[in-house]
Design a binder for this molecule. Sequence first.
Ligand code: ATP
Length: 437
Amino acid sequence: MARPDLMDRVVNLTKRRGLVFPSSEIYGGFRSTWDYGPLGVLLKRNVKDAWWRSMVQVRDDVVGIDSAILMAPRVWEASGHLSTFTDPLVDCRSCKERFRADHLPESGACPNCGKKDTFTEARHFNLMFKTFVGPVEDDASVAYLRPETAQGIFVNFKNVQTATRRKPPFGIAQVGKSFRNEITPGNFTYRTREFEQMEMEFFVPPGDGSQWFEYWVAERFSWYVDHGIPEAMLRIRPHDPEELSHYSAGTSDIEFEYPWGWGELEGIANRTDYDLKQHAEFSGEDLTYFDQESDTHYIPHVIEPAAGADRATLAFLLAAYSEEEVKGEKRIVLRLDKRLAPTKVAVLPLSRKETLAPLSSRVADLLRTHLQIDVDDAGSIGRRYRRQDEVGTPYCVTVDFDSLDDDAVTVRERDAMTQERVPISGLLAYMQDQLGS
Ligand code: ATP
């Protein structure tokens, strides 16, 4: 299948099956934002939960926080976002369209009107959304929507360290919304103006930065592979020295092969002691850590794995999408990792006849307090299997007329399409075992 085609197919599927809708669609859409539908919210939540589980729950050296989106404007002065979080912009003098100077075609022709050498000098455009806090719209009440979740972690470093009595190396993780007034949003949910990030700041003794940087690059790469992205669709791209942020002692992107080419999925940066130093200077607070063993104060260095929940969700969808032929018919399957699948089990009463209803309800009730299920009794069983396959449901449970006698159901697995008869009394345990939950 041609790759651009894959994007159309996935976008089409997500709309049709209620994973992702264009935002404000009845008003013609809002282009730069998207809404997650009933299945999409489950998928994205599973992605965030899987991240949280591996970054916080199963580790004893990382804790979580949930900081506010609106922060003191001084935060953005200290972090450098007010002065440097900009994109260079040029205008076409002929058609007046605006473009990112670093995204122009080599030909020098305007991507909109085609005229050559019509661009103005580049001007810097700050990507932070501005708003006002309180009833007066003046300079003193300007605030910003956070463009990254990381700064909420840095400003809480001392609070968290004191409250949890942590000693470097330790990390603070956060998942939440960020906002950037991107010049060229696009490629579906890849680049939007409102998105969710999954970031972790790992504080280490000053000499240990490089070693932990290597560790986190490898760790994060494995996370994507472990959750179902084939290694061939991933690569690690170290930034060139001239591409590095001024504070970074090393950055590597984990890139995914999107249908339009390789693009960033996550960035891992060795931010040195830049952020804590800046916040110490701007706030006047002492943000050093006192190491009792060596009897010294130091500012920890920071390794940051910064991922996007929407980009990761998109990558998992693209990697999982497959089409195949089964008995002469096209079958679309989302081969999502079972932990990420929006619905874990679909309960399918073979017929709508009254006689099957009580048992089907019993089976559904047995499962639904433990697992996300769906109940579908519309159409032929074959069509119902296909509907579940295309949204990645790992198991279908069919309640048939034999079930009334043997108190067992047929469990069908999504990928191999194998079927197994399972007693209802052991169904929940069987499912939990298969799903590893
Ligand atoms: P890009 O170069 O693609 O603009 P970035 O290097 O600015 O990304 P970071 O600041 O490193 O991105 O943010 C960390 C992660 O947050 C990215 O790897 C991506 O997954 C996600 N992210 C950043 N900007 C956006 C956006 N506009 N829409 C969706 N996700 C985003």
